[in-house]
Every structure is written in C-alpha cells, then in structure tokens.
Ligand binder design. Structure first.
Ligand SMILES: [Zn+2]
Ligand SMILES: [Zn+2]
Length: 349
C-alpha cells in the first residue's frame, strides 16, 4: 500500500509501505478520509514525533475490507470512524472506566502508525461503526465531536442555562452544537477568527463575538454581560480567555477547561479570587472516552449525526488534498495562509 511517511523533521514521502499483519482480533480498514489535526503539525515540522519513520493521522473514516476470525463488533463492508485511543484496559483508571486517563495508553498516529495511508490494521475496539448515510468527510469529525461531548458530560451540563464557549475552532463549534441540542437557553461563542464565528452563527449560536473587535476584553463592558453564564467551556487555550472565563461566570457556575495552553498563564490575585468569591466549579476534560469503551460520546455522535441535530456544513472544511499531496497540506500550516476550517487528506473514492 501507499502511505504518507514522515522520515525525519520536515521530510515527507508518499511511498510503498508494508501493511501490518492481521490477527484474529484486528480489522483492515480502507481509509477514505483523514483530518489533519493541529496536533499533527509539530510532529511533522517541529521535531515532536515519537519516532521515525512514522505515519500520522488519527481523525479518520473508511470501510472495513477484512477482519480476523474473532471480530464480532463489525463486518466487512461496514463504514467506520477511527477511535484513536488504545487504552491498556488494565490500569486502575481503565478499570474505573476513565480510559482517557490510562497510564499506559497508545494513540493511533502518534505512538502507533496512523491513517495517512491507503489502509490501516487495527484492533476491533478501535473502529466505530457509523451509519452509511454519514459522508466520509463528516466521519472524520467523530473524534472532535466526542471530545466536545465529553466536556459537556464532565461539566454536568443541565438544560435551560446560559452557556459561553470560548474558542471558535472545531471543538468549540461542537460544544456549541451539543449545548444547543441538549437544551441551552442561550449560547454565545467568543473567538478571534471571524470565518469560524460565521460558521458558529450558522450552527445556531445566539451571539458571536470576535475579540479582534475589542482592545481589551477585560475593560470593555459592552462586550458581554459579566457574571451571566452558568456553563463556560474554554476551548481556546489562550491566556486572556482562561482568565476572562472567571469574570463572565455566574455565581456557582461551572467552567470546563478543554483547550491546552501553549504558554504560561498569569493571574492577578483579584481575578483568581473570583473562583472563591463566586464558588466556581472549575473542571478539566481530557479526550473523549467513557465506559463501556469507547463510550456514550461515540454512540450519541452517531445518533445526532444521523438525526441531523448535529449539523454537517461543508464550510467546516477548508481544503482537501489527495494523500499523495500530503506535503502541500502540511506546508499550508507553515505558509502564513489563514486556514479557515479543517484540512483533509483523501484517498480516491
Ligand atoms: Zn486531533
Ligand atoms: Zn489503562
């Protein structure tokens, strides 16, 4: 088969590669589409791959073309989305059903070979059967949707409340959709990029705010009503948003941290103290799994993609490339071009 192989930092070749052997518990998937995740970029261009040569790619969809004799969950011909986490199932956290917190996990496209290839061979637990009416492009959105729903679960979301989503990227857009679908009375999305915010409006945001329109979000009182939101989802990882999340929170609000900061965060004492004064509930959310593996996050994504309560709008995708042009897709992230949505790699269908 052909695969996109990263040989060393910045050196990518589309070349022949041997497929791993099947075992009685594995399936072989013909990859149809795979998203280029922001987390892949440092692995390609910034020396942060676990090993070389490596095939990346963890947000994928495809068709089962072969299966081992003990595979029961799926059949040849089934359409599937990839489940990238390979937990050990044996550590204390796995035994509690907290698979994302596994102490010995592997991850497809990071610690094991990924899906930027013609085929991938995986344990049957690492594919999720999806409805045949779900386009393969949309199939690559299972993972981000489940990450968003996991945060909704971790925050003990309840309906009829006001919700603020900080960050208008793919995760933020899915948190928005889940919050609305599950009964938020109002949902506002605050982000920078206006093209993302336009998509947020189409997906049902009651209000969108671009921080680019304000000099200082802490000073501008017209920006948003301070102290109004009961559930706040921080999906940007940006320092000012993390600090600001406490300010816009209602008393006893829950703030769920999803974004991973890339820089340090400095809190003036007065801002940190808001956690005490409002008796805030600050919770973290990591990946997208619950028990039984892979969890309700995955079942509900399939259901809500099917009944269209989670909308599929092609504008969420910015550009698609054929696998053989993977280097062009990766270089896009280094070109200074504004990337307005997701980038996909596809095999000819
Ligand atoms: Zn990802
Ligand atoms: Zn484990």
């Amino acid at each position: 088969m052909k695969a996109v192989v990263v040989h060393k930092n910045g050196v990518i070749k589309y070349e022949e590669l041997d497929l791993p052997l099947m075992t009685k518990n594995t399936v072989k998937v013909k990859i149809k589409a795979c998203g280029v995740c922001r987390s892949d970029i440092p692995r390609i261009l910034n020396n942060s791959a676990h090993f070389y040569p490596i095939v990346l790619g963890h947000e994928f969809s495809g068709i089962i073309v072969d299966k081992g004799e003990e595979v029961k969950n799926v059949d040849i011909g089934d359409h599937v989305a990839g489940i990238p986490l390979m937990p050990c199932y044996e550590c204390e956290n796995c035994k509690n059903g907290d698979f994302a917190l596994c102490k010995n996990y592997k991850f497809i496209g990071s610690s094991v070979q990924g899906a930027f290839a013609d085929y991938i061979v995986l344990p049957q637990n690492n594919v999720f059967k999806i409805d045949v009416n779900i386009p393969f492009e949309q199939g690559t959105l299972f993972e981000p949707s489940t990450v968003a729903l996991h945060a909704i679960f971790k925050s003990n979301f309840s309906k009829g409340k006001r919700v603020a989503i900080l960050g208008g990227g793919t995760i933020g857009l899915f948190v928005l959709q889940w919050a609305k679908a599950l009964g938020a009375s109002e949902a506002v999305v605050v982000g920078r990029d206006k093209s993302h915010l336009q998509i947020a409006s189409k997906l049902g945001a009651d209000k969108v705010i671009s921080t680019l329109d304000y000099n200082n979000i802490f000073d501008d009182e017209t920006l948003i009503e301070v102290g109004k939101y009961d559930f706040i989802y921080e999906a940007s990882g940006a320092e000012e948003m993390i600090r600001w999340s406490f300010l816009i929170a209602n008393a006893k609000a829950t703030i769920c941290m999803i974004g991973t900061p890339t820089n340090g965060i400095m809190f003036p004492g007065k801002q940190w103290e808001i956690i005490n004064r409002k008796e805030l509930n600050v919770v973290g959310s990591w990946m997208s799994y619950s028990s039984p593996f892979p969890g309700m996050e995955w079942k509900m994504t399939n259901e809500f993609f099917m009944n269209k309560k989670l909308k599929y709008i092609p504008e969420m995708f910015y550009k698609a490339f054929s696998m053989k042009d993977a280097d062009k897709a990766f270089n896009l992230f280094n070109s200074g071009e504004k990337i307005k949505g997701r980038v996909l790699l596809k095999n000819d269908m």
